[in-house]
Design a binder for this molecule. Structure first.
Ligand code: FES
Ligand code: FES
Length: 163
C-alpha cells in the first residue's frame, strides 16, 4: 500500500508516495539520496541513524516515513550553512573526534539536540545526551571534548544554526 508523505527536510518541502512500510531511514537515504544518515544495526541499538524530528533526536530506523508526515526533519546534510560546516562539525574535526566516521552523523545530531536545549551542558549531561550513540573507534573522550568545545564557542545559540 502506498501512502503520501509531506514533510520538511533540511528546510525544503518534500512530498512523495511511499510504501507504508518505508522507514524514515530508507526514505531519507533511498528516496531523497541523503546518505549522510547511516544504517548500523537497523533495530534501535546503535544510534547511527539519528536525525532530528521537530528538534528531537530519533532513531530513523525505528520510525516509518508516514509517521513524520507534517514534521520538520533535520539530517546531517542540513547542518552546513552557506557552505560552512556547523560549529559541531568543526569541533569534531579540531578535537580529532572522528576515526572511521560511521557513527559521527548520528553522534552530531544527538549532540545538536543537547546543545539546542542546553547550550552549556556539563560533561555528564553531554554523556547522557549521546548515550544512545555507539562508537566502536574513539573511546568517546574526544567526542565529549568536541561537544564541550562547540558549546564553549557558542553552539546552541540560534545564530549558530539555520533553524
Ligand atoms: S541503525 Fe538505527 S539505531 Fe542502529
Ligand atoms: S568513529 Fe568509528 S564508529 Fe565512531
Amino acid at each position: 500500500m502506498l501512502v503520501e508523505v509531506s514533510l520538511e527536510v533540511n528546510g525544503e518541502q518534500v512530498k512523495k508516495e511511499v510504501p507504508a512500510s518505508r522507514t524514515l531511514l530508507e526514505f531519507l537515504r533511498e528516496d531523497l539520496g541523503l546518505t549522510g544518515t547511516k544504517e548500523g544495526c537497523g533495530k534501535g541499538e546503535c544510534g547511527s541513524c539519528t536525525v532530528l524530528v521537530d528538534g528531537k533526536p530519533v532513531n530513523s530506523c525505528l520510525i516509518l516515513a508516514y509517521q513524520v508526515d507534517g514534521c520538520k526533519v533535520t539530517t546531517i546534510e542540513g547542518l552546513e550553512m552557506n557552505g560552512e560546516l556547523h560549529t559541531l562539525q568543526e569541533a569534531f574535526i579540531e578535537e580529532g573526534a572522528v576515526q572511521c566516521g560511521f557513527c559521527i552523523p548520528g553522534m552530531i545530531m544527538s549532540a545538536k539536540a543537547v546543545l539546542d536545549t542546553n547550550p552549556k551542558p556539563t560533561r555528564d549531561e553531554i554523556r547522557r545526551g549521546i548515550s544512545g550513540n555507539l562508537c566502536r573507534c574513539t573511546g568517546y573522550v574526544k567526542i565529549i571534548n568536541a561537544v564541550e568545545a562547540a558549546s564553549k564557542s557558542g553552539c546552541g545559540k540560534s545564530s549558530c544554526c539555520q533553524e
